[in-house]
Design a protein around this ligand. Structure first.
Ligand code: SDX
Length: 429
């Protein structure tokens, strides 16, 4: 089939650029030769029209509201799979056999403890430190402990580092929570599944046995699955850019954690619940809708809108269903925050401002309601997002490291600062 070309006419010259196709989704114009041919850069702050890489891991169709992990629809995985099986799928590209899943589960389980010296890190933080500040610091510090898995050119070390981070992030996040509430750390247990182990490390106390509720564990596992990966979002792009300099895997994931913390990104789940509480009752919704539409007011509806989804975020739909199940199980189905959320969604989706801009609830709109009902403080919400997204970051990092086209990421700019000028002695200024 003849090569598809894009033609650029500039100053009387016409330049051809190849148009590349993936298996699904928009074609791309390969502009790698643009600067050498024309002396010009492209200009795309926020990367609204830029494909920074090619990938085979996660596909999003924003218009359809479709999300596929290695081709499998997120709603099917949320209903039929488990987070650990989704981890295997994202990392290795195929659903595991029973034997492969058991082996993978055993490898992860045996890496859930952190080096005992790490406990002293936590004592250096104030008790009221935000868990994301702690997780960012401790994940980066893993490079100081696990020297035998920092050589990114050794595939065996890459694999060990990957397993270690998937296994230890729940322990690190749970320890941040325990530290913030002044309770002793709870060690991981090898007889518990991934989600149950996390709940046990967060909510068990030495004074009595803690029984994990299987429905809560299922909801936790589903939340992990829904947040596991999401194409080239801000934190994943941060991990890829960090990895492009051959930084060690722990430093790259710590960079992803730091970026995720922002309220425009993973920090939105904490901000969304705080917003729903601030609204407080259904009759105050119009006031906040008006603020969200007021260009003079920096207020935005947190948990609403998305760079890619111009339809309902498929994760939000599953999350809303899960919220109803958990709240009903806990006997708080009349939870005022859920009522405000559902009414706010209904009103916003009928408002022309939101309709024109195709603003829908995203993954962060309902997740906080479930996490709050389970018993987590809002400050833990983004740390839980980071636990889940670690596998996505690692899968994308491994794909980039293994890409024969790998180059250090180094964007250029449109410069509009001072042009060349001579230094002026301070007596002449
Ligand atoms: C995540 O990228 C990913 O995949 C991220 C994520 C993942 O899994 O990794 O899905 C996780 O980060 C979800 C998004 C969580 N963030 C929030 O919920 C914060 C609130 N949402 C927004 O700040 C915003 O919608 C973004 C940041 C999510 C997307 O911003 P864009 O794509 O840059 O869109 P924009 O800011 O240019 O907005 C377009 C218009 C603007 O109005 P106009 O200037 O055209 O008149 O829509 C308005 C915005 O003012 N708008 C909103 C709004 N979001 C966008 N107005 C009110 N409330 C909002 N939430």
């Amino acid at each position: 089939m003849s090569e598809k070309l894009a033609k650029l006419t500039l100053g009387g010259e016409t330049y051809d650029f190849p148009v590349l196709s993936g298996t699904v989704g928009p074609d791309v114009i390969d502009i790698r030769s643009l600067y050498s041919k024309t002396g010009l850069f492209t200009y795309d702050p926020g990367f609204t029209s830029t494909a920074a890489c090619d990938s085979a891991i996660t596909y999003i169709d924003g218009d359809k509201g479709e999300l596929l992990y290695r081709g499998y629809p997120i709603d099917q995985l949320a209903e039929k799979s488990s987070y650990l099986e989704v981890c295997y799928l994202l990392l290795y590209g195929e659903l595991p056999t029973a034997a492969e899943l058991e082996d993978f589960g055993n490898r992860v389980t045996r890496h859930t403890m952190v080096h005992e010296q790490m406990h002293y890190f936590y004592r250096g933080f104030r008790r009221d430190a935000h868990p994301m500040a702690i997780v960012t610091g401790v994940v980066g510090a893993m490079a100081a402990f696990y020297h035998d898995s920092t050589d990114i050119n050794d595939p065996v070390q890459r694999e060990i580092a990957s397993i270690r981070m998937i296994a230890k992030l729940p322990t690190i996040a749970a320890m941040a929570y325990k530290y913030s509430v002044g309770q002793p750390f709870v060690y991981p247990r090898n007889d518990l599944d991934y989600a149950s182990n996390f709940l046990h490390m967060c909510f068990a106390v030495p004074a009595e046995e803690y029984k994990v509720d299987p429905v809560i564990a299922k909801a936790m596992d589903r939340i992990f699955t829904l947040h596991a990966d999401h194409e080239q979002n801000a934190s994943t792009s941060t991990v890829r850019l960090s990895g492009s300099s051959d930084a060690n895997p722990f430093a790259c994931i710590a960079a992803g954690v730091a970026c995720l913390w922002g309220p425009a990104h993973g920090g939105a789940n904490e901000a969304a619940l705080n917003m729903l509480r601030q609204i407080g009752s259904v009759d105050r919704i119009p006031e906040f809708i008006a603020r969200a539409k007021d260009k003079e007011d920096p207020f935005r509806l947190m948990g609403f809108g998305h760079r890619v989804y111009k339809n309902y975020d498929p994760r939000a739909a599953v999350m809303q269903e899960s919220a109803r199940e958990v709240l009903s199980l806990l006997g708080v189905e009349n939870n005022p925050t859920l009522q405000v959320a559902q009414e706010l969604e209904k009103i916003a989706l009928e408002d022309q401002y939101f309709v024109d801009r195709k603003l829908y609830p995203n993954v962060d709109f309902y997740s906080g309601i479930i996490l709050d009902a389970i018993g987590f403080p809002t400050s833990m919400f983004t740390a839980i997002f980071a636990v889940s997204r670690t596998v996505g970051w690692i899968a994308q990092w491994k794909e980039m490291i293994g890409d024969p086209q790998k180059k250090i990421g180094r964007p250029r700019q449109l410069y509009n600062g001072a042009t060349n000028r001579d230094y002026v002695d301070i007596r002449q200024r």
